[in-house]
Design a protein around this ligand. Structure first.
Ligand code: GZL
Length: 307
């Protein structure tokens, strides 16, 4: 059945329990908090011994964590790469140690796809396209220029690159859409507020904000209100994630549209890990199910949201 892909699982928890080393990006957003909870709870339910580390959004901390999991001879490594590039060396070390790797949430740009068994996560280009399509529909009867500012996610991360690409692909169909400013807010509320304040100072006419996640959108709302403008009316806002606080702002009319990005990857991750440790084949790509929300849909969905 090909290489015996598991380590010897000798790092605690008895020899029959699968040991997983997980390197998490950080705790930068409501999405990340929900994702961490999903991974930790699912490991418990699956009887998997989880070793978990928070990299505070630093790639070198993730590389250190992966190296320590290799030293500990875990059975499987899973991680959400904070940025797309710079992983080949450490992933080769895991491969040489015969420890399978599962990409969770974000992707890497390694050419050698044998370095990981599968990539479980959203299609971020699709998410960007959905955001762009809402805007095209919203302004279909208008001839005027639409001035857009964009709060990008973490520089170099797959969601930032792909949400930007998907969005601009759709809006480039009509020259009335102009992205007049685009800058990273690092997926956090604080940075989103700071960058939006700068956008407001240097751009007298902003019609739309496209924020790559709810948290930056929520920070931007504070900046917009601080400038005496009405979010959702004076400046239309589209965000991605659909975490609780974003959905509340959507229901309250401060955000106009949210493209969902599901953080609940835990159950699928644990199923994939069990298969991979047994040396079973798994699909190279598992795309998560997700939808979109208008203000009305948010009001209906809010009471039953898990996060
Ligand atoms: C997307 C995930 C992103 C979220 C942000 O899957 O990597 O990182 O959209 C989070 O909220 O910080």
């Amino acid at each position: 059945d090909g290489d015996s892909s598991a380590g010897n699982g000798s790092s605690g928890g008895g020899d029959d329990k699968i040991v997983m080393g997980f390197s998490q990006v950080g705790a930068e957003s409501g999405w990340r908090t929900a994702n961490t909870k999903s991974v930790q709870e699912s490991a418990k339910e699956a009887g998997i011994d989880l070793k978990f580390s928070d990299a505070q959004q630093k790639q070198e901390n993730q590389i250190k964590a992966i190296r320590s999991y290799i030293q500990q001879k875990v059975d499987v490594i899973a991680f959400s790469p904070v940025v797309e590039s710079g992983w080949d060396t450490v992933l080769k070390e895991a491969q040489n140690a015969k420890i399978p790797v599962i990409l969770t949430d974000r992707a890497v740009d390694s050419k050698d796809t044998s370095l990981y068994k599968t990539f479980l996560g959203s299609d971020f280009v699709e998410e960007g396209k959905k955001a762009g399509q809402w805007l095209v529909d919203e302004y279909k009867d208008s001839k005027d220029t639409v001035n857009i500012v964009e709060l990008q996610g973490t520089t170099g991360s797959a969601p930032a690159n792909d949400r930007k690409a998907g969005f601009s692909e759709i809006i480039s169909a009509d020259p009335k859409f102009k992205v007049i400013a685009s800058q990273s807010g690092d997926f956090t509320r604080a940075k989103g507020k700071e960058v939006m304040e700068a956008f407001l100072k240097s751009n007298p006419k902003i019609d739309v904000l496209y924020a790559h996640n709810d948290d930056m959108g929520l920070g931007a709302i504070e900046a917009i209100e601080g400038a005496g403008k009405v979010p959702g009316k004076d400046i239309k806002i589209i965000t991605v994630d659909a975490v609780h606080d974003g959905m509340q702002a959507l229901a309250d009319g401060k955000i106009n549209y949210i493209v969902e990005c599901s953080p609940l990857l835990g159950p699928q991750l644990m199923d994939l890990a069990k298969k991979v440790v047994k040396g079973e084949q798994v699909p190279p790509r598992v795309v998560t199910e997700e939808t979109t929300f208008t203000q009305e849909q948010a009001k209906e969905a809010l009471p039953n949201r898990k996060y």
